[in-house]
Design a protein around this ligand. Structure first.
Ligand code: DGP
Length: 113
């Protein structure tokens, strides 16, 4: 597994406020929250960007979505959360280890900015 900032969180080499973990993924609070709830769901497998996912990742990507919904529900936001995936530096991706942002607890614009 190539090393990323997030693999260091998986390996507990750097601390994080972890809210969920299983064999395939980890969820932890964003260090720079953009909403009252801002949690990241990451696969333990390093996929740098969504566009790097391959067909064999189908089940893993589905699992991330299921976990994101469960985490949002567990946090009390089952009816009002947003998922965001930034793919590429040009749209704001800064950590090149696929992650789903789960955001909730404030108003959100549509279309997103
Ligand atoms: P993105 O810009 O989509 O690549 O999102 C990366 C997110 O990762 C950003 O919202 C801040 C968060 N982040 C960066 N470094 C750390 C860290 O060391 N710990 C935690 N918990 N979050 C981090």
């Amino acid at each position: 597994m190539s090393e990323t900032l997030f693999t260091k969180i998986i390996e507990r080499e750097i601390p994080a406020d972890i809210v969920y973990e299983d064999e395939q993924c980890l969820a932890f609070r964003d260090i720079n929250p953009k909403a009252p709830m801002h949690i990241l769901v990451i696969p333990k497998k390093v996929i740098p960007k969504l566009v790097d996912a391959v067909p064999e990742d189908d089940a893993l990507l589905g699992h991330l979505m299921i976990v994101a919904a469960q985490v949002a529900s567990d946090q009390g936001y089952s009816d009002a959360f947003r998922l965001v995936v930034n793919n590429g530096a040009a749209v704001g991706q800064s950590v090149f280890h696929l992650h789903l942002h789960i955001l909730g607890g404030r108003d959100f614009m549509w279309p997103p900015g």
